[in-house]
Design a binder for this molecule. Structure first.
Ligand code: GLU
Length: 294
C-alpha cells in the first residue's frame, strides 16, 4: 500500500511533467470535464443546513484553492478544479444544485471548524482528515479518500529520506493540520515553521528557508508535479489520513444524506470518473474507501 503511493507519486510527477504542466498553468488548473447530475425535487427531512441552502438558492462550499489536483483555483479563469472540487460538485448535484449555483469559500486548515460551526459554509471538502478531536466540533461524512503523510524536499536533497531523518532539519506545515501535530507528537524535529497554507511552505522550501514540507502525499505530489526540477516527494507515507466532508455537527440528517450521495457515487462509478479525471490522471488505479457511518 505504502509502496504503491510512492510509485503513484513518481508516475504522477512524470505524467504531469510530460504534459508540460510545469511550464504553462498548474496541473489540475484545467477542469476534469466532470459534469454532475443534478437531482430534482430533493428533500432532506430535518436538516437545517439543507433548509438554509434551499432558502438561499445557492450552496456555499468550503474548499482549498492552492492544492493542485485536489482544490485549486486558476488565477486566470477563477475556476475551481480538482478531486475535492468534483466531490463537492457531485454532492451539490445530489442535493439539487448545479455547479453554477455553488459559491466557493476558501478556508485554510486552521479555520475549518470555526467556519463550519458558524455556518459560514454549508459543507467543506478540502483534504480534511476525519478524527475524534475534530468530531467534537464538526460532523464528517465519508471517508471518500485515504491519503498518508509524506515529505516534500528540494530535488537535490540527499539527506532527508523519511520521518526519522528530520532531526535538526527545519520542517514546514500548515497551522491546525494533522501532519504538523504528528511532527510535534513524534518529536521528529524541534525546528517547525508553520503557515496558513502549504503554498507558503513550498515557497520557503524553494528559497532554502526550510528543509522539508510535510503534509498528505496527495497534496505534496501536486506541488512536485508543478515544479519537478526543484521539488521531489521522498520516502513512504507514515500515517493514514481519511478525508471526510465536514458538516455541521448537530445536522445528522445532512450528514446521512451526504453519506448516501458518496455511497451512490462509489456504487455507480461516479467516484471512479472523478478520481480518473483528477488525482488518477497518472493512470494508477485507486479504490474508494469504505463509508463509515456513525
Ligand atoms: N489532511 C490533513 C488535515 O486535515 C492535512 C491536509 C490539510 O491541512 O488540509 O489536517
Amino acid at each position: 500500500m505504502k509502496r504503491t503511493r510512492i510509485l503513484v507519486a513518481a508516475a504522477l510527477a512524470a505524467t504531469l511533467a510530460l504534459a508540460g504542466c510545469g511550464q504553462e498553468g498548474a496541473p489540475g488548473a484545467e477542469g476534469s470535464g466532470y459534469e454532475p447530475a443534478v437531482a430534482q425535487n430533493v428533500t432532506v427531512e430535518g436538516s437545517p443546513t439543507f433548509q438554509k441552502m434551499q432558502e438561499r438558492g445557492r450552496v456555499i462550499v468550503g474548499v482549498k484553492d492552492d492544492q493542485p489536483g485536489l482544490g485549486f483555483r486558476d488565477a486566470t479563469t477563477g475556476q475551481f478544479s480538482g478531486f475535492d472540487v468534483d466531490i463537492a460538485k457531485m454532492i451539490a448535484g445530489g442535493l439539487g444544485f448545479s455547479p453554477d449555483q455553488i459559491d466557493y469559500q476558501v478556508v485554510p486548515s486552521a479555520a475549518r471548524e470555526d467556519a463550519i460551526e458558524r455556518g459560514e459554509v454549508d459543507y467543506y471538502v478540502g483534504t480534511y482528515t476525519i478524527n475524534d478531536k475534530r468530531k467534537q466540533r464538526v460532523g464528517f461524512a465519508g471517508p471518500y479518500y485515504t491519503a498518508g503523510q509524506g515529505l516534500l524536499v528540494r530535488a537535490d536533497d540527499t539527506e532527508i529520506t523519511g520521518p526519522q531523518t528530520l532531526q535538526g532539519k527545519t520542517v514546514c506545515s500548515a497551522t491546525g493540520s494533522t501532519p504538523i501535530q504528528r511532527v510535534r507528537d513524534q518529536n521528529l524535529t524541534s525546528n517547525i515553521v508553520e503557515f496558513q497554507t502549504y503554498t507558503q511552505c513550498v515557497d520557503q522550501l524553494i528559497n532554502g528557508q526550510v528543509d522539508a514540507v510535510t503534509t498528505d502525499d496527495a497534496i505534496l505530489l501536486g506541488y512536485a508535479s508543478q515544479n519537478p526540477e526543484q521539488l521531489k516527494v521522498v520516502g513512504e507515507t507514515f500515517s493514514e489520513e481519511p478525508y471526510g466532508v465536514g458538516v455541521p455537527k448537530a445536522d445528522t440528517a445532512f450528514r446521512n444524506k451526504v453519506n448516501d450521495l458518496l455511497q451512490a457515487a462509489i456504487d455507480d462509478g461516479t467516484w471512479q470518473t472523478i478520481y480518473d479525471g483528477t488525482l488518477g490522471k497518472a493512470g494508477t488505479p485507486a479504490q474508494p474507501p469504505q463509508i463509515e457511518r456513525y
